[in-house]
Design a protein around this ligand. Structure first.
Ligand code: MEV
Length: 433
């Protein structure tokens, strides 16, 4: 076991790498070569990336792909996607093309409210606390005016603050539950700064006028944003679904709907179903420099809002029409954070024609819906492995360091043969012999 190290963060990047390599690696030269090989030769660009986090030693690449032909509210988009999983971009592109000929996607933002809370304890009388809060509320808002000035000028700011009594769930526990409009910013810094100011003002006002001990526990935004909601849908006459993969649309829609119904009532399936949706959502969220962990946490909480984890997408078949939609909470930003810093994030946002946060919410929801349509369509028709393994073929070939000629031969061979890991290895061995 290596010894603990103190002062690691103060070492230079090269000294950090040398310590790691001398402590953990046997083939020291190749480890160092690997780490430094991933540095960008443009020193300024590398420094930018080094400074995003602490203790950076190198860059960790993810592919940035694009899915073209997304018709959303009658405008065409090419959607950037940063993701390592093979077949996700291909599936999105396929779904985009499929719906391009059938009216495209319709999307609408239902609401854009963000939430933050000051969590505190109080051991005095609730009625007294309530009337103290009512009196002090304008002062709380006023005390944050330095923080809210610019946001307010643009049309956003604090929407409301409520006092919530949570003592039935936890002794002496209360909240200041605040709502915000943060426009094109995700708003985490703005919200957290407002909350910390509310907490400070609330505490100091309470000290002068309220009987009982009031203690601030913490002030933090919530990543659960059920009122920051977007909906995306596709619909068309059932007969119009006829295509290369859908020979009998009537049978297809029944089976497709059954698959959605299963995800609506069966949590084991719902988790995988929603994971497929998040393949599309996370990829766009990441490409556009947004916080995919926040989005994941909020979306999954929303999927359980009725007390049981369930599908985020829904489907109806009425009067000969097939309708398929998603409704999800998304707190996204197109200004602030990484959006103005990471060159590829800037590229992705420009590719999306510099969207507002609302427009980005629509694009992201559509990517999730498209991904789910592609997955459920495959699952209920050909099965998922056919497409997956075709895409996985390249990964296997790369793993065995196949040459360009070998790749071409093997890809050709598997146009008419079933791809499995062992079949690919066997074919490669045969070719090499
Ligand atoms: C794989 O990443 C995603 C799927 O499992 C989604 C689904 O089952 O719906 C294919």
């Amino acid at each position: 076991m290596p010894n603990a190290i103190s002062g690691f963060s103060k070492l230079s990047k090269l000294d950090k790498i040398d310590w790691l390599i001398s402590t953990y690696f046997t083939d020291k030269d190749s480890a160092k070569q690997l780490i430094t090989q991933y540095w960008n030769s443009d020193e300024k660009l590398q420094k930018l990336h080094d400074e995003f986090i602490e203790n950076t030693i190198t860059n960790y690449y993810l592919p940035l792909g694009v899915a073209p032909n997304f018709l959303i509210n009658d405008a065409l988009y090419t959607i950037p996607m940063a993701i390592e999983e093979s077949s996700v971009v291909a599936a999105a592109s396929k779904a985009a093309k499929f719906w391009l000929d059938r009216g495209g996607f319709k999307a609408e933002v239902i609401a854009t409210e963000k939430i933050g809370q000051v969590h505190f304890t109080f051991d005095g009388n609730f009625t007294a606390l309530q009337s103290f809060f009512n009196k002090v509320k304008p002062k709380l808002i006023e005390s944050a005016s330095g923080i809210t000035k610019n946001m307010q000028r643009r049309g956003g700011g604090i929407l409301d603050i409520e006092l919530k009594n949570k003592t039935e769930d936890l002794a002496n526990y209360y909240q200041l539950h605040a709502t915000f409009e943060t426009l094109d910013a995700m708003g985490a810094n703005f919200i957290n700064s407002c909350l910390e100011q509310f907490a400070q003002t609330f505490k100091s006002e309470a000290e002068d006028t309220l009987d009982g001990n009031l203690d601030i526990v913490m002030s933090i935004l919530s990543n659960y944003v059920p009122n920051c909601l977007v909906k995306a849908e596709v619909s068309c006459p059932i007969a119009d679904l006829k295509s290369k993969d859908i020979e009998h649309p009537e049978i297809f829609v029944q089976k497709f709907k059954q698959a959605i119904n299963i995800a609506e009532i069966e949590p084991y399936r719902a988790v995988t179903h929603n994971k497929g949706i998040m393949n599309g959502i996370d990829a766009v969220v990441l490409a556009t420099g947004n916080d995919f962990r926040a989005v994941e946490a909020g979306v999954h909480a929303y999927a359980s809002r009725n007390g049981k984890y369930a599908s985020l997408t829904h489907c109806t078949i009425t009067d000969g029409m097939f309708k398929f939609w998603i409704e999800i909470p998304l707190a996204l930003g197109t200004i602030g954070g990484l959006t103005g810093l990471h060159p590829l994030v800037k590229f992705s946002l420009e590719l999306l024609e510099k969207p507002t946060a609302k427009a980005l919410m629509q694009v992201v929801a559509v990517a999730g819906l498209a991904q789910n349509f592609a997955a459920v369509k495959s699952l209920t028709t050909t099965g998922i492995q056919e497409g997956h393994m075709k895409m996985h073929l390249m990964n296997i070939l790369n793993q065995f360091e196949a040459t360009a000629i070998e790749k071409a031969e093997i890809v050709n061979h598997f146009k008419t043969n079933v791809v499995t890991h062992s079949a690919v290895v066997d074919a490669l061995k045969k070719l090499r012999n």
